[in-house]
Ligand binder design. Structure first.
Ligand code: GAL
Length: 660
């Protein structure tokens, strides 16, 4: 997107503030420990190769024990100690954890859920994102920090808040209702336009006064989907305004230090990060594995690629991940020996110029005491500590990777708004989920050794040989035109089912499905044919080669496209299931059913051939190979050694090779 591609004030990070190596470190909470421990902390940090720590993130109640009274002594001392030891600081604004006095004094700033329950304190982020009292208090503490430390030589980076919208993405209080109405006026201008956009003639919902509009609170039945979509947009924008307010306060006092906040690409559905990406100086992400998944390293790669794509291809920062188990999954599985390094270097392979963890030292109390850390409760005699120090040493030798850019030939379309819209209630099947389809196509590309960029549907696509648009349910006119221009100009596009169905207001455009994508795909979809739970359909290419699919089918009518696969049975026997359409100088594929695993792999091989892509069948699926020219990184997730470009990569190891 144009915004994300604008030149940043800081082309890399945090180069302006003197960090001349790949960043390595983690969240550090000195406030949880007696000061005698701090000296040991910095000594061990140096031993582990730590050069950057994030501090202050949850320390509001310590910095401002009463409204307007600030105490910085401990933070002064912590910064001095780190500085004296050459460890640079990513200084947090503590606004994700308002102090108890704040909630007590401003009861109207409490978070209210969709059912109207006022949520309690004692955790973090329990505040209403629209609250003017919160906005004032957060800006004030950010301002104080900026004033005090804006020019401090230890400060390499600002870390605003923590994981915006982590647990307070949506609030439904009256303050939010008023702010929503204000936002709606800006978006729609007048009530007649809003009524038309929301289709309020349906179920007699016409609004005669702005005051009648509410957030989509719990109701006896489905709430207007356009109203829900606008609410989700409003909430994402509200959190962004909170970020900007703090950022601007810091910028005034600290113009020379880059400012960021930690995204959470994997776990946060609710922020449209395409809009956020242009607002941070450095894109930073937190990533936690879903330990229950066997293919967790593939999901990691996907999140890393998405993060890099948000950064417009520039180096980015892995702000948090874990050395081993987390504490908040149903079963907190420890990382296996070597997994810490593989995970970390996989992020580096995909463009990260820094690897940080939550957290430096494991807490002994509080809700996260069973979360892993760089320095476990067991101390320096542990396997985790050994792996942490080994990794620190390794990263110190990889400085030449900094600033190099990942090369990708394939793009996958990613759109938060379409994700939100697809997963509202009353869709044709509960089995339609956004991430499932994105991950299925991404996973296949990963197994085929193709490196992927993610793109907004309206982004320039010209540089890619193949673009995949998995279930792009909400497709704007501009997106459809963009995809059309890409194919007309010679590109290869693959669109999966239930795409092009609605516009930005969740309204089905005139004419048959798939709306604005009909001409491009050369077909119409007469009817959706969702399958029963567990039901499978067979597909054939006419030569007897069978494919099997599930979840979804469609009654596809050709209008220029050719059928590549037909349904053999199920609700539409004999009808086209997968099609190919020559459009202008390019090709548009359409897949109307849920192919997965080896069957998806076989289909994709045909797609690659047409797009002139080399899918590297010579490499085993267990090895991950990514280029950051002139370097190539090979990560062996398998149990046997693999040869990659003449280099042997041992089982579980990572090789960094400089190509000639
Ligand atoms: C993150 C959060 C950290 C810590 C971590 C535990 O989402 O930013 O503060 O809670 O999770 O995994």
């Amino acid at each position: 997107m144009a915004e994300a591609e604008q030149p940043r004030p800081y082309p890399g990070w945090p180069y302006p503030r003197g960090l001349d190596a790949i960043a390595y470190g983690g969240d550090y909470a000195p406030e949880q420990w007696p000061e005698e421990i701090w000296a040991q902390d910095v000594e061990l940090m140096r031993a582990a190769g730590v050069n950057l720590v994030s501090i202050g993130i949850f320390s509001w109640a310590l910095i401002e024990p009463e409204e307007g009274r600030y105490t910085f002594d401990w933070l002064d001392r912590a910064l001095e100690l780190l500085h004296a030891n050459g460890i640079r600081v990513d200084l947090g604004t503590p606004t994700a954890a308002p102090p108890p006095w704040f909630a007590h004094r401003h009861p109207g700033a409490r978070l209210v859920d969709r059912a109207g329950h006022v949520l309690g304190q004692g955790g973090r982020q329990s505040f209403c994102p629209s609250s003017p009292d919160y906005a004032r208090a957060a800006a004030a503490v950010a301002e104080q920090l900026g004033r005090r430390y804006g020019e401090h030589p230890a400060v390499a980076l600002w870390h605003v808040h923590n994981e915006f919208a982590g647990v307070n993405a949506h609030c439904y209080c009256d303050t939010c209702a008023a702010a929503f109405r204000h936002w709606l006026r800006e978006r729609h201008g007048d009530l007649a336009t809003l009524n038309a956009a929301w289709g309020t003639t349906f179920w007699g919902q016409r609004y005669g006064d702005w005051a009648q509009i509410e957030p989509p609170r719990v109701a006896p039945t489905a709430v207007n989907p356009a109203q829900q979509l606008d609410y989700l947009r409003f909430c994402s924008d509200t959190h962004l305004a909170n970020y900007r307010r703090e950022r601007d306060a810091l910028r005034r006092h600290s113009p020379g230090v880059p400012i960021t906040t930690n995204f959470m690409i994997a776990n946060c559905k609710w922020l449209d990060y395409w809009k956020w990406a242009g607002e941070v100086d450095i894109v930073a992400n937190d990533h936690y594995l879903d330990a229950a998944r066997d293919d967790r390293h593939v999901e990691l790669a996907m999140c890393a690629d998405l993060t890099r794509s948000l950064a417009g291809g520039a180096p980015w920062l892995l702000m948090e991940h874990s050395t081993s188990a987390v504490n908040w999954q149903p079963r907190n599985i420890a990382k296996r020996p070597g997994e810490l390094a593989r995970n970390s270097l996989a992020h580096v392979a995909r463009g990260a110029d820094g690897v940080l963890f939550f957290q430096w030292r494991a807490s002994r109390f509080g809700a996260e005491k069973f979360h892993s850390a760089m320095l476990p409760q067991g101390g320096t005699g542990t396997r985790i500590w050994r792996e942490v120090t080994e990794l620190g040493g390794r990263l110190a030798g990889l400085g030449a990777l900094r600033g190099t850019r990942v090369a990708a030939d394939v793009a996958v379309v990613w759109d938060w708004e379409s994700w939100w819209a697809l997963e509202l209630e009353w869709r044709p099947s509960v089995d339609l989920t956004y991430r499932e389809r994105v991950e299925a196509y991404y996973g296949q590309l990963w197994r085929d050794h193709l490196t992927v960029d993610f793109v907004h549907p309206e982004a320039d696509l010209g540089r890619y040989r193949l673009v995949v648009a998995p279930t792009l349910y909400l497709t704007t006119e501009a997106a459809a035109k963009n995809l059309d221009a890409y194919v007309s100009g010679g590109g290869t596009l693959l669109v999966s089912y239930f795409s092009g169905i609605v516009d930005a207001n969740d309204t089905v455009p005139d004419g048959p499905y798939p709306g604005a994508l009909r001409d491009l795909l050369g077909l119409t979809v007469e009817e959706f044919l969702p399958l029963r739970a567990g039901e499978r359909v067979e597909l054939s290419d006419g030569t007897g080669a069978g494919f099997s699919a599930d979840v979804w089918a469609e009654d596809v009518v050709l209008a220029g496209a050719q059928a590549v696969l037909h349904y053999v049975d199920g609700p539409a026997p004999g009808r086209p299931a997968v099609t190919r359409h020559q459009h202008g100088r390019g090709t548009a594929w359409y897949v109307s059913t849920r192919l997965a695993g080896a069957d998806l792999g076989r289909l994709m091989r045909q797609v690659y051939d047409g797009a002139g892509l080399d899918a590297r069948p010579d490499l085993p699926e267990t090895v991950e190979v990514v280029r950051r020219p002139p370097f190539l990184l090979a990560i062996n997730h398998g149990t046997a050694p693999v040869e990659v470009h003449g280099v042997t990569v041992e089982a579980g190891a990572v090789a960094v090779v400089e190509e000639g």
